[in-house]
Design a protein around this ligand. Structure first.
Ligand SMILES: [Zn+2]
Length: 300
């Protein structure tokens, strides 16, 4: 474990005891690089950021709230729309400031028509990638019925979610594969950072690293449900995550998560949280410390 990794990890407190130690170590004595990041990049924040990695079985759906604003990234399969809808209601969400359909595969945008139908949506982002499926048409039709427009965000654009900021990091090219066309975002809140890459695979990950936007993150949601076709060495070297979240279905037919990401976490002592084993995972950040609503998963 490098000094940087140790210090960075120390600021990611897992529950109170570690968090208390983390405050003492992680914030008082950073490496030069960390001090630089803190002084030049980290904004002071006063509220709280929450990220909910919603258990939608084999698929993705993530709710992010900050200072009364909210963003939903994906909504699981077609049969998960009402589950995501009721989860958002349980969190008192009345309106979504951002809705991101990372890419047109059904395990990501399947439930999105229900969500867009039920909630007022300010901005809807999807990649410039059309898929000839009923699932995709349902989303497009719902967007039209509500007189909304789908925007294709460009890499490098940044947006505010309360005091949090997110930058579009992908897709960097037109790809043949739907997965590689995934919209990726890098979210920062104070000194904490979070990475979401949808189902981007190696080709897209390569371009994410190449484009040079900082993706060094405290929490990384493993690309493509922890598949071996994502989370390439190159990407992980740039991310150096302190925690990894895996969103996949119990006993799914793809064998997600694959051994590679699990072994990476074990080798580097990185805690893993898994929706298939633990259900919906909720983390909170005050801009310095990150706490979870549960302990990490056992690796196997
Ligand atoms: Zn997927």
């Amino acid at each position: 474990m490098t000094r940087k990794r140790f210090l960075k990890r120390a600021a990611v407190g897992i529950f109170s005891l570690l968090a208390a130690i983390g405050i003492a170590i992680g914030i008082s004595g950073g490496s030069r690089e960390q001090e630089k990041e803190t002084t030049t990049e980290a904004k002071k924040v006063t509220g709280e950021l929450s990220i909910h990695y919603i258990d939608v079985g084999q698929g993705d759906s993530t709710l992010i709230t900050c200072d009364g604003m909210s963003m939903l990234i994906d909504a699981g399969e077609n049969d998960m729309g009402s589950k995501v809808w009721s989860y958002l209601e349980s969190q008192d969400i009345e309106k979504l400031d951002y809705v991101i359909g990372t890419h047109p595969d059904s395990d990501h945008i399947g439930g999105l028509d229900v969500v867009i139908y039920k909630f007022d949506c300010e901005k809807i982002f999807m990649p410039d990638y059309i898929k000839d499926t009923k699932t995709y048409d349902d989303v497009i039709q719902t967007v039209r019925n509500k007189n909304y427009k789908i925007e294709n965000p460009k890499v490098g654009e940044t947006y505010s979610l309360g005091e949090a900021t997110f930058t579009i990091i992908a897709p960097n090219d037109d790809y043949e594969e739907s997965n590689d066309s995934s919209i990726g975002i890098y979210l920062t809140y104070g000194e904490n950072s979070f990475l979401f890459t949808g189902d981007a695979e190696e080709a897209s990950e390569k371009d994410i690293v190449k484009n040079g936007i900082n993706i060094d993150a405290d929490v990384y949601k493993a690309g493509h449900h922890g598949s071996r076709t994502s989370s390439s060495d190159e990407l992980l070297e740039a991310v150096t995550p302190e925690c990894v979240i895996i969103s996949c279905g119990e006993d799914n037919s793809y064998g997600h998560p694959h051994g590679a990401i699990l072994n990476y976490c074990i080798t580097n002592n990185i805690p893993i949280y898994r929706t298939d084993k633990q259900g919906t995972i909720v983390l909170k950040s005050d801009g310095k410390d990150i706490t979870f609503n549960m302990s990490p998963a056992d690796y196997y």
